[in-house]
Design a protein around this ligand. Sequence first.
Ligand SMILES: Cc1ncc(COP(=O)(O)O)c(C=O)c1O
Length: 429
Amino acid sequence: MTPRARIVAADRRHLWHPYTPIDDAERREPLVIARAEGIRLWDADGRSYLDANASWWAALLGHGHPRLVAALERQARALCHVALAGITHEPAALLAEELAAVAPPGLGRVFFSDDGSTAVEVAMKLALQYHAQTGAPERVRFLALDGAFHGDTLGATALGGVELFRRPFAGVLLDCLRVPYGDGAHERAFSALAALLERDGSEVAAVVLEPVVQGAAGMRVYDAALLAEARRLCDHYGALLVADEVFTGYGRTGPFWACEHSRTTPDLLCTAKGFTGGMLPMSATLVAERVYEAFRGGPERAFWYGHTYCGNPLGAAIAREVLAIYRDERVLDRARPKAARIARAFERLAGLPGVRATRSLGMVGAAELEGAGYLERSGWRVHDEARARGAYLRPLGNVVYVTPALNAPDADLDELLAIVEESIRAALR
Ligand SMILES: Cc1ncc(COP(=O)(O)O)c(C=O)c1O
């Protein structure tokens, strides 16, 4: 048995893949990835694949950045793990300080957790307890957009607006007011948000939004002015505003935070994925001072919450190095012309047969194909063509998109964009 066959046999026998129908997984030849560098993944036979989505939107500085690998090694020699309750350490404390310095103004407190879902879970629980401790215990509902995606823990699932992901759990999910998206106009969705707040605002703990781009919904982009409007509405109706920047943070849409497009400061901001450059699972919820203040007092007012790996020294050391690399390598400035390349390439796709619409923002480019929804196969036909041409281009149903590393070399980026076009032409002809 070749090493590849050995891996595939063990995989088919025992491994349960996320977001994958079992029959598909057992039928398809999986990519067996052995190593990665920059925006390239290499399989066990030495074939390379351009990583079009930065490995689920996380490896924003490419794979194996030498400074991140060195930071991991350095920290591993000193301290791999220690509890964060009643103990502090350099990586966590200094990371919190550095995050507060880059956060939208006023978000000066940092609560660490494990991944995007738990960062959202923390925000939800903080919002509920904040209201309970500031005289509004009736505020127990959340408000989120249709098509929203905030993670897969039960709380985050309740916020989610992708029906397929909610359906099996619908009976037990928290109460969430859903803003309809209808015919695709975010303007209409945000006026529906205003109407919902007008009707039920006194029961709402928080409005939770993916600022400016709804990622999993199919890279749906909306005007940043609507985000600012959501801030105004939250203030008016006494709800907290949670910005889920798990996907959009760290420059994905241009500025460091997508909230900066409209200078909006949320009360809580969730960050993960690019936070550790895709090296280790770790996340943070950034918190406004007034929310933090509401937890002062006796022990019954404390936030009785925490995961084993909160503030893990390895993850924190890497997250600090990520911030240092953003500064030293001027990642956002250098990404700007790359974003323009993506925008031009996706504009060109707009006229292709089978392409209904295209959109781009920052280091995101998306083409919406015919059909609808997450189970649509058109995107997967493009995926198969791209795989044969050396790119890993996982679609969101009928939406084919690229979200490469922000520092993708121009030559690799151009090769990827050419593969996207060829694959769409081949799949939809
Ligand atoms: C906006 C947003 N929030 C939360 C999550 C959940 O993050 P994780 O998969 O790390 O739990 C995701 C994942 O894609 C996301 O896009």
